[in-house]
Design a protein around this ligand. Structure first.
Ligand code: PBG
Length: 325
């Protein structure tokens, strides 16, 4: 045998030398949940280890993560039911929970990079990402609301806007609006290929944001399709996105690879709540090694072509890296 592939696996030194993929905490984005009040952290039952934080507590959490090398945070608000309406007005209330939280974090921790969520669902009495009229999700009318939301976030100090709504034309609409208002340096991470997935369940528990009727199939993509992802990516590229995202991540590694091969923008992937919950549940039952499963899952997403990974494992992964030296 002239070819013995095992020679390149014979010791940890050789294995490290030939290792192709590495992942650093600086490439992770940590999604965090904000709730009203003070001095409270409430664990989300379907997401062990993940909490809703009041803003004061969130500042501590962000500070800890920054020391571990995780420096970008995707913020999601839990809005009380009384503040929800069909127009998601609370989403651009300059004195509302979310906008105040952005201000406060940027004021106290200016080096934290904040990615904000642009979609109606946390604030909508219908629980949909767009405006609902007669059971339909209206596209162009929604853009106006998303625009108000994005501008409020930019004014509060958002570094990256993350439209997660899947309305047509929103990237160009938001880019133009931000530019007209002078926010030329606010980035846009487009949720480019966002699928109508069963794996968002725990996230909807966390925000109490599940749709009140129907599903999201008229705006989120069909899990059966991949070619459509290229159309979405073309549009987002042309409309000025700075990053293209695939969501979920682990079940859509082929889509990550497809976008990475066809576009020169950095590709991000969202390792979603259900993917997190599966690994946590199995590891809590002693059915697999949670740390190893986490590291392997994240590495696989990177290997498929994602430069950036949004993951609830961000802090735990950074902690693990630090402990391993
Ligand atoms: C909605 C939104 C969702 C997630 C992020 N933004 C859920 C949905 O589309 O219903 C899911 C994230 C996760 O599951 O971790 N705008």
């Amino acid at each position: 045998m002239l070819r013995r592939p095992r020679r390149n696996r014979k010791s940890s030194v050789v294995r490290a030398m030939v290792e192709e993929t590495t992942l650093s905490p600086s490439e992770l984005i940590y999604p965090v949940f904000i709730t009203e009040g003070e001095n409270k952290t409430v664990e989300i039952p379907s997401m062990p280890g993940i909490h809703r934080y009041t803003v004061d507590k969130l500042l501590d959490e962000i500070h800890t993560c920054m020391e571990l090398g995780v420096r970008t945070f995707a913020l999601f608000p839990q809005i009380t039911e009384e503040l929800k309406d069909s127009y998601a007005k609370e989403s651009h209330n300059m004195n509302g929970l979310y906008i105040k939280a952005i201000r406060k974090i940027k004021e106290q921790l200016p080096d934290a990079c904040l990615m904000t969520d642009v979609a109606m669902d946390p604030y909508s009495s219908d629980g949909h990402d767009g405006l609902v009229k007669n059971g339909q999700i209206l596209n162009d009318e929604t853009l106006e609301i998303l625009g108000r939301m994005a501008l409020a976030q930019a004014r509060a100090g958002a570094d990256i806007i993350g439209p997660s709504d899947m309305m047509d034309g929103r990237i160009g609409y938001l880019r133009n609006l931000l530019d007209d208002e002078g926010f030329i340096n606010v980035s846009i991470m487009a949720y480019t290929a966002k699928y109508a997935s069963a794996f968002y369940g725990p996230f909807r528990d966390a925000l109490e944001s599940a749709p009140k009727f129907g599903d999201k199939k008229t705006y989120q993509m069909n899990p059966a399709n991949s070619r459509e992802a290229l159309i979405e990516a073309d549009l987002d590229f042309e409309e000025g996105a700075d990053f293209l995202m695939v969501k979920p991540a682990l079940l859509y590694l082929d889509i990550i690879k497809l976008l990475n091969q066809n576009f020169d923008l950095p590709i991000a992937a969202y390792n979603v709540s259900g993917e997190y919950a599966m690994i946590k549940a199995a590891s809590r039952n002693g059915w697999l090694n949670g740390e190893k499963a986490m590291a392997e899952a994240l590495l696989s997403i990177k290997r498929a072509g994602a430069k950036i990974i949004l993951t609830y494992f961000a802090k735990e992964y950074a902690q693990l890296k630090k402990n391993l030296g």
